[in-house]
Design a protein around this ligand. Structure first.
Ligand code: AP5
Length: 192
């Protein structure tokens, strides 16, 4: 049976960073809708051209776009030990769509890991990355603040939606310290 784990948190909370380590250790399939959308932008597909308008302004891309991306991936990897959702779901509609897809596969979300980091740390981390890498949504503090506002307005509520699966992880400390807590929560789920 494959595990289904949501790695949740605001922009800059460390979802992508922790996912990389989990994929290496547990061989999970990493489903990052942000990564998938940036691939579409790089390939200049019609979907990418449309998504770029939202992403570069710090706004969420329409639900149906990301839901279809995830749906396609779920059916392509029947033998993976687990699916790690990073940056998805981001609205209640996306959560409901994911639950229906999993129900149709006779499974459900096993664990919802919420990374908690304060706003000032998020902004500092993302501005730092903006100086190091070419991510258009990291270069400008106003866009970063819009991303955090979108999270507060549309995404944060998902933690309540999955409250019976949720584990909060204080994620202000170093990458390795946070990873120990993330790994421990996953091992508890595996051994339950
Ligand atoms: P997405 O790519 O998902 O970006 P995000 O949520 O804004 O998240 P980030 O990648 O910026 O942060 P993260 O939590 O992964 O942190 P990371 O590990 O990278 O989405 C981008 C855009 O795509 C959205 O704004 C939206 O437009 C669109 N989109 C994507 N999914 C969507 C969806 N489902 N629905 C609608 N629209 C969607 O770390 C950030 C930085 O901090 C790195 O430099 C890292 O090295 C550093 N760092 C991480 N952890 C630590 C630590 N513990 N200590 C110090 N530094 C750390």
């Amino acid at each position: 049976m494959s595990l289904h784990i949501i790695l949740f948190g605001p922009p800059g909370s460390g979802k992508g960073t922790q996912s990389e380590k989990l994929v290496e250790e547990f061989n999970f399939l990493h489903i990052s809708t942000g990564v998938l959308l940036r691939e579409q932008i790089e390939q200049q597909t019609p979907l990418g051209i449309e998504a770029k308008k939202y992403m570069n302004n710090g706004k969420l891309v329409p639900d149906e776009v990301v839901i279809n991306m995830v749906k396609n991936l779920l059916h392509q990897h029947p033998n993976t030990p687990g699916f790690l959702y990073d940056g998805f779901p981001r609205t209640i509609q996306q959560g409901q769509a994911l639950d229906s897809m999993l129900k149709a596969m006779n499974t459900a979300i096993h664990l919802f890991l919420a990374l908690d980091v304060n706003n000032e740390t998020l902004i500092q981390r993302l501005l730092k990355r903006g100086k190091e890498l070419n991510r258009q949504d990291d270069v400008n503090e106003q866009i970063i603040r819009t991303r955090i506002a979108e999270y507060k307005e549309k995404t944060e509520i998902i933690k309540e939606y999955y409250h019976n699966k949720a584990v909060s992880i204080p994620a202000q400390e170093s990458i390795d310290v946070v990873y120990k807590k993330v790994k421990s929560a996953i091992n508890q789920t595996i051994n339950a």
